[in-house]
Write a protein that binds this ligand. Sequence first.
Ligand code: SF4
Ligand code: SF4
Length: 588
Amino acid sequence: MKKIMTGNEAIARGAWEAGLHVAAAYPGTPSTEILENISTYPEIYCEWAPNEKVAVEVGAGAAFAGARAMSAMKHVGLNVAADPFFTLAYTGISGGYVINVADDPGMFSSQNEQDSRFYASHAKVPMLEPSDSQEAHDFIKKAFEISEKFDAPVLFRVSTRVCHSKSLVETGERTEIAVKPYSKNTPKYVMSPANAKQRKIVLEQRLKDLQAFSETTELNRTENNGSKIGVITSGISYQHAQEVFGGTVDYLKLGFTFPLPPELMLNFAAAHDEIYVIEENEPYLEGFAKQLGIDCVGREKLPFVGELTPEIIRRAFVPASEETGGYAVEAKAPPRPPVLCPGCTHRGFFYEIAKYKEKIITTADIGCYTLGSVPPLGVNDSVLCMGASISGGIGFRKALDKAGDSRKVFAVIGDSTFFHSGITGLIDAVVNKADIVVNILDNRITAMTGHQENPGTGRTLMGEPTHQVDLEALCLACGIKKENLRVIDPYNLKETAEAVKAGYEAKEPFVIITKRPCALIKEVMKERAKMKCAVDREKCVGCKLCLKAGCPALMVEDGKAKIDTAMCNGCEICAQICPKKAISREDL
Ligand code: SF4
Ligand code: SF4
């Protein structure tokens, strides 16, 4: 049966058809929907793990035990999971194991633009790269076969356009694969130095076998159109190249991109006068081609930064072309800087710490609270990676102390990010006596990636009620003293201001937990649908102080404040700010 599917849906469907048993992931754009779709197949156990390392280890354990397993993450998640990933190449697996990694060229939703293909070559793990939804579906099934044939985890590398673009997919039915019986195998799975040395030999031999496979697998194919120009490409870049060149060039379309096939590439190059290498991110294929001595053109014509598009490829390789092609839209959308949503539960907190702007350093984290950097709030000093707000804040504290700088450090992190990798930072702050203020903005959901469950939400990915990890108890267990902990409602500015003041004045590690569910949670939206605030124009003096909350529902009209009723959720932050009491709740 044919269905229109995104790449992420197709991966989930293909994995289900391949008899997948266990899947684990941490959400991250553009990979999040892989597990969300997996969760619709009741035959598969699936979970949101607290972070990507845990997800890969859950998959590893399942694969050791003989099940077909899968994990998924965005590119930066593979950095977190790199530890088990590298050693898995040594141990191998028993049941097939596929690790999905989704790159984000152009950084639509990421803090960097790294190219995960180098992880495959670095860890010596076989890698597949689909270029559309049909290939995502078909290749994932192949990936399980390759994993089991070569006793290796397989890296399944996709990118934003493959994950989120929709195309027709011919689907199949599920093949039930029995979980292989587990038998203890200490030399294979216990990576003590003596065993690891032996497994490294196995790994190197496997690499040779995989290279031979790469030369002959149908995942790597040539398309001959009788041209003297040959294009070497992989992933979404193949689709872009097809759009630009169509049948005017020949293609070496690589779907099995580690180990690469030297003979195939050399023969392809020898049969053509000119070779173009078209790929996104880093010159991974091109570097290998050049190592083989292939005279090719690629990166010198293509940008190092951002996503590749057919238009960019056309301009680079067919500059004289009259045709612009692509899907250029005449109308330009007005620029809309990212801001915290109307009714955001983080707004009150940022509004209050912004009052200390000159006296504090704010280390922020990955999540909606990155937007605390945007004026008029404009408080964040740094955002590095998941969990770095607390540990980075400790570094700031120690360096500021050396410099005799008494500015207080406020580390800002979300609930999901705290569970992901903030806890260790908090332990470090307590043990190493860094008197920073850790602010856990607990909105009861993993918000920025689209509302996934986390250890604090009390539900699993499979929809079951479960234990809700108590943030307050966790902080106390990490060594935060009861008198140095505040749990507040961030919609209450007075309470928030008092907690911020107490944190600012504290001489020991201090924690503020702001507790209120994200304004965009379905139930919250329903509950607050009729809650609105309005401005009394008689009372308003046009001082614009309320605008300091940075709420997009607030504007100025004819010199007075005005609220867009459609956007407002009646959080009353602006009402608490207005010195003239000109704003009040006027529910519909
Ligand atoms: S703070 Fe109050 S008085 Fe000032 S502009 Fe806003 S609504 Fe008007
Ligand atoms: S009450 Fe004020 S701050 Fe809250 S959503 Fe409405 S306009 Fe924005």
